[in-house]
Design a protein around this ligand. Structure first.
Ligand code: MD3
Ligand code: FE
Length: 216
């Protein structure tokens, strides 16, 4: 039976609690779409997307860059936050004001007033790119939430529990969706299924995900 959301062409309600501490704000970034993308162009001009290598020697299918006081990096030496972009040897581009305002206001709406990210990891998925189930625990204080912003092609996100073997729920994430992951959900296993090939009117064959963190 088609429900009212599907009849209206929507994936679900505007605000949805996915789990304790995990709040999906559908379409929350749409009003800032053009300024987010213009700011992103500036970041990528100074710190281009690159495919990094995991400590185990695998090249990631997701291409990444960062802005802010530090950037997440991986190489044969391990995962860490680095103050300098290893490609340029220079600091990462600063966090654009529109990024910071969206992240702090979305966090506050989800119950995390006072969240002040010092880095944004930018992930670029092309068709076939995926991210296998993992936990984010390279940040210094796991008491802070993470805010994620999805742009471009839709993806099927996998959201599991605190144990790798907990069966993950599948959550479709679309252009403009914002999710705040805090409290008991902060250490949940999560991943992204291989991106299906299609074209987004604004971003072409790409999905961009911004993840805002307090790393330092
Ligand atoms: C749940 N990125 O960069 S964003 C990552 O779509 C990452 O690019 C995915 O996982 C992406 O580490 C997912 C959603 C997300 C981010 C961090 C989380 C969900 C999370 C941390 C804890 C729990
Ligand atoms: Fe993650």
């Amino acid at each position: 039976m088609a429900d009212l959301f599907s009849l209206a062409g929507m994936q679900g309600p505007a605000r949805q609690e996915l789990a304790d501490g995990a709040v999906l704000l559908r379409g929350r970034a749409l009003a800032d779409e053009e300024s987010l993308l213009a700011s992103l162009d500036g970041i990528v001009a100074a710190a281009p997307f690159r495919h990094m290598v995991t400590p185990g020697g695998f090249t990631m299918s997701v291409a990444m860059t960062s802005c802010g006081a530090a950037g997440w990096v991986t190489d044969r030496g391990g995962y860490r936050y680095a103050p300098l972009d290893p490609l340029s040897g220079r600091p990462w581009p600063p966090m654009p004001a529109v990024f910071l305002k969206l992240a702090t206001s979305a966090a506050a709406e989800a119950g995390f007033a006072g969240f002040m990210p010092d880095t944004c990891l930018v992930n670029r998925y092309e068709p076939g790119a995926r991210m296998s189930l993992h936990q984010d625990k390279d940040e210094g204080d796991l008491g802070h939430p993470i805010v994620s912003v999805s742009l471009g092609l839709p993806a099927m996100f996998q959201f599991g529990g605190l144990a790798r073997n907990d069966k993950p729920q599948k959550v479709p994430l679309e252009h403009g969706d914002v999710v705040v992951w805090g409290g008991p959900s902060r250490l949940a296993f999560h991943g992204v299924l291989a991106l299906k090939d299609s074209a987004h009117p604004r971003l072409g064959r790409n999905r961009i995900n911004l993840t805002f963190r307090k790393a330092l």
